[in-house]
Design a protein around this ligand. Sequence first.
Ligand SMILES: [Zn+2]
Length: 183
Amino acid sequence: MTDFEDLLANNARFARTDAKDRVPAIPFLPHKQVYVITCIDPRVDPSDVFGLALGDAIVARNVGGRVTDAVLADLAWISYLHETRTPDAPWFEVAVVHHTDCGSGLMADDELRHGFVARGFDDVALKRTAVLDPADTVPGDVQRILEAETVSENVAVSGWSYDVATGLVSPVVPSTRGRQRSG
Ligand SMILES: [Zn+2]
């Protein structure tokens, strides 16, 4: 048996529950109006860290939980849907969550990173992806969303640090709403 066969057995049990019947009627309006951006690290699964159930939140995950162009494009799309299809619904908050001991930090290792750059990736972009301390990287990523012209000004954005040792999430940037421009 492979691990995925275990997952299929779990799925058969899941399908017999009513969880799938208790999801939001409009998928871009989850039960809790939260849009979590965090790392793919299996230790930081927001379902467990934040106690999220099926249909509770939109979750975007990538290496580091970084606000990339792809993350911004998805966020722009969801906020566009919200503005055009459900203009009277309450607005959601985006929570940018970086964590301690993040594997993306290995991208700060010049020798390791250069080996990967040789496979066709951009050195500067990779180096920027490294999360060495959430307190250093979260503010810039929150700012990126607040500055994005394509993302609705109605979206609130906050920044957080998750400590994998204690299991606790602590604030880095308070919830902010509206277009913010730097400089
Ligand atoms: Zn990580």
